[in-house]
Design a protein around this ligand. Structure first.
Ligand SMILES: Nc1nc2c(ncn2[C@@H]2O[C@H](COP(=O)(O)OP(=O)(O)OP(=O)(O)O)[C@@H](O)[C@H]2O)c(=O)[nH]1
Ligand SMILES: [Mg+2]
Length: 193
């Protein structure tokens, strides 16, 4: 299945303020600056999600309508140090409501920076998703920055860390080279079929 049309149909900062559920929905979560918006653009094959060198750009939940049938949802990033306590609390409320009440959510793609070991807040996300029984897949981002000679070691190490939590699919990706993009799209369209 191909992505034919993409439209940003809803930007929300209010818990519960979502568009009507459709045939399928997946969401993209991860630390600020991990590359969520860039990966979405690559999946969509167009520059529609806002990308910046400064972290903390996506503060809202952004719903992208794909092929008039499905949503790909860009979640606000976590772990950005320069965010106030009030904003952190708001983030938690917003994402918590989405995770707990959005019954049409089928899978979360948890983006983790492939260049560095998973951080404490990444592992907290894993715990949280497990607790909520939301199926998730781990996407290692920015793999173009991992030296080919380190690649095997990096992949083995990441696998070892996440295996402590359960059996999860881990897909290495890059918004630059397009690595992993077809795998992610295949997985999504298998879910939506
Ligand atoms: N080398 C490399 N850089 C990337 C990749 N993906 C994203 N970046 C860069 O990382 C920075 C952050 O990318 P975004 O896509 O805005 O990250 P985000 O997760 O949406 O960030 P927030 O919206 O702040 O949560 C930008 O400078 C991107 O160009 C990648 O696959 N490879
Ligand atoms: Mg973003």
């Amino acid at each position: 299945m191909l992505i034919r049309t993409v439209e940003l149909v809803k930007v929300t900062t209010q818990p519960g303020d979502y568009p009507p559920p459709l045939k399928g929905e997946v969401a993209f979560a991860g630390r600020s600056n991990v590359g969520k918006s860039s990966l979405l653009n690559r999946l969509f094959n167009r520059k529609i999600a806002y990308v910046s060198k400064n972290p903390g750009k996506t503060r809202s939940i952004n719903f992208y309508l794909v092929n008039s049938e499905f949503y790909f949802v860009d979640l606000p990033g976590y772990g950005y140090a320069k965010v106030s306590k009030a904003e952190r609390i708001h983030w938690k409320k917003l994402v918590e409501d989405y995770f707990e009440n959005r019954w049409s959510l089928q899978m979360v793609f948890l983006l983790v920076d492939g260049r560095i070991p998973p951080q404490e807040n990444d592992l907290m996300m894993v715990e949280w998703l497990k607790e909520l029984r939301i199926p998730f897949t781990i996407l290692l981002t920015k793999m173009d920055k991992v030296k080919p000679s380190d690649r095997k070691k990096v992949l083995d190490e990441r696998k070892r860390v996440f295996e402590e939590y359960g059996e999860y699919t881990i897909i290495p990706t890059s918004a630059i080279t397009g690595e992993g993009i077809d795998k992610v799209l295949d997985l999504i369209f298998t879910l939506f079929r």
